[in-house]
Ligand binder design. Structure first.
Ligand SMILES: [Mg+2]
Length: 199
């Protein structure tokens, strides 16, 4: 039975922190400090407590950034790592971003075909539901999956369905924040990540 790797998108496959912080400001007129924008990701993104963002139409925001995000260029090192992992594992993406935005980013970077499925913010906002959907559709046991993410909120959602998390500290959250979710391991580079997966 093949094992699966489930990737978060923002902050893992592509570091979109500055991109989104700037675009959210452009779209909503709300300027968030770096730490405010970081803290939105301490739980599920859509459950954040920032009052100034409570009426934002996130699907419309997805349309607003579509052209720019789908045309970002993937880092060469990330592309190589994904290609290598796809030879041994089934790859998925579970994200709070728009499914079309991510799918077209992957297409434009010629890596779409190495992913089994991309699950963005529609139809489920909860990552817990998206994990369960993958387990049942692809008949996967949580023990045969690993989730790679950069935020505490994601780790907490993965913990609910007993999926092991490998956290990266080169995305939205640093080590201290990630540690609060008690991830399996925290890594600081792609080479470190590949080494742990090989083991
Ligand atoms: Mg992320």
């Amino acid at each position: 039975m093949r094992k699966a790797i489930i990737f978060d998108f923002d902050g893992v496959i592509h570091n979109t922190f500055d991109f989104h912080r700037a675009k959210v400001k452009e779209f909503t007129g709300v300027a968030l400090s770096e730490s405010e924008y970081r803290d939105i990701h301490n739980g599920n993104f859509f459950a954040h407590k920032i009052d100034r963002l409570k009426d934002v139409d996130w699907p419309a925001y997805g349309g607003f950034i579509y052209h720019d995000i789908s045309n970002l260029k993937i880092e060469g090192e990330m592309e190589k790592a994904l290609l290598r992992l796809s030879k041994k594992f089934d790859l998925f993406i579970v994200s709070s971003g728009g499914t079309k935005n991510i799918s077209d980013y992957l297409k434009n970077n010629n890596v779409a075909e190495i992913f089994k499925e991309v699950l963005g913010s529609e139809p489920h906002k909860s990552k817990i539901d998206k994990f369960k959907f993958i387990f049942s559709k692809y008949k996967l046991d949580p023990n045969d999956c690993i989730f790679i993410t950069d935020t505490l909120g994601d780790i907490l959602e993965a913990n609910v369905v007993n999926i092991k998390t490998l956290a990266v500290d080169f995305g939205y959250h640093g080590r201290e924040m990630l540690r609060k979710g008690n991830p399996f391991k925290i890594v600081s580079s792609l080479s470190e990540l590949l080494k742990i997966i090989d083991e």
